[in-house]
Design a protein around this ligand. Sequence first.
Ligand code: C2E
Ligand code: MG
Ligand code: MG
Length: 314
Amino acid sequence: MDDLNVRLFGGISISEGQNLTADTFYQQAQAALYEAEHSALEQLKLYNPNTHNAMVDRLRFQTEIRTALDRKQFTVFYQPIIDLHGRTIVGKEALIRWKHPVRGILTPGHFLTTAEQGGFIEEIGEFMLHEVCSQHKSWEKHGHDLGWVAVNISANHFRSPHFPSRVQSILHTYGTPPNLLRIEITEDAMLSPTPEAIYNFQEVRNMGIRIAIDDFGTAYSTLDYLVRYPMETLKIDRTFIDDIDHDSRTAGLVRSLVGIGKNLSMAIVAEGVERSNQLDILQAMGCTEAQGYLFSRPVPWEEYPQVALELEKR
Ligand code: C2E
Ligand code: MG
Ligand code: MG
């Protein structure tokens, strides 16, 4: 007989001295139970009005994100990526923004975690792929050649079973050549990959799409995955690049990260380059590409061709 793994959860509400109605009493216990079910540590929870309010806020924000998706309030910004050898723009990264009707333009730090918790991350990923392919098609019609584009895909989305076929169908819809697209995933997608992640990884590469490891250096405990799953690009996280021109130990670390990439024949993109000092150091280290405010902030997609043109003239 198979073993059964049973876990019990409990939510506790105390009505003593509070004069709670039966309904409120029950709702509080339900809220505590919900928390227990979502807690990594405790299977038994006592009702806490603060965490309850936080939960209600989160659910409200999730509803707002749902509405924003339906009302097409999300949009794409692009940030150019520069080849350090010829100092020309070779591609760009697509970054999501929320044109919030009250709060203005919101960066992903404000909403992405909640969107992921609310189950919207695949819809967001597909939205970005659609927008990016459609914008490139219209730029191509106007005679702009703006290089490749990198799209961020969350680890959960990347390992979902329909991912490769959905990407294939989006590329087909807009007639986008697969080598125009790079997919950026963070290390956690490939650190201890599920069979689905490995399958999708191979499928996506077989389609001719390149894969980049984003925020490289922030999470790894083993580098084994770089050898096992060959990818084209490493993106060194901004936290390292920040200190590279005034901290010799960080500079030493970045030199080593660049070395790893070079020895595996990968392109190495430095993220968050803000000062020309940093650029000189990175170039001397053999870093191949860079991205950062030094060249351009992310700009709305409508403005990107003009910004890229101006930047090329500099
Ligand atoms: P990321 O993929 O590592 O993107 C680079 C982030 O660094 C962007 O932040 C960019 O605006 C910022 N950045 C670039 N150059 C500089 C610089 O010189 N200085 C500073 N201080 N920052 C710089 P952003 O757009 O806020 O995005 C944050 C993160 O959100 C991204 O990090 C990515 O992980 C995620 N993200 C963005 N768009 C999407 C998306 O469409 N889908 C998913 N799943 N994630 C996304
Ligand atoms: Mg990225
Ligand atoms: Mg990054």
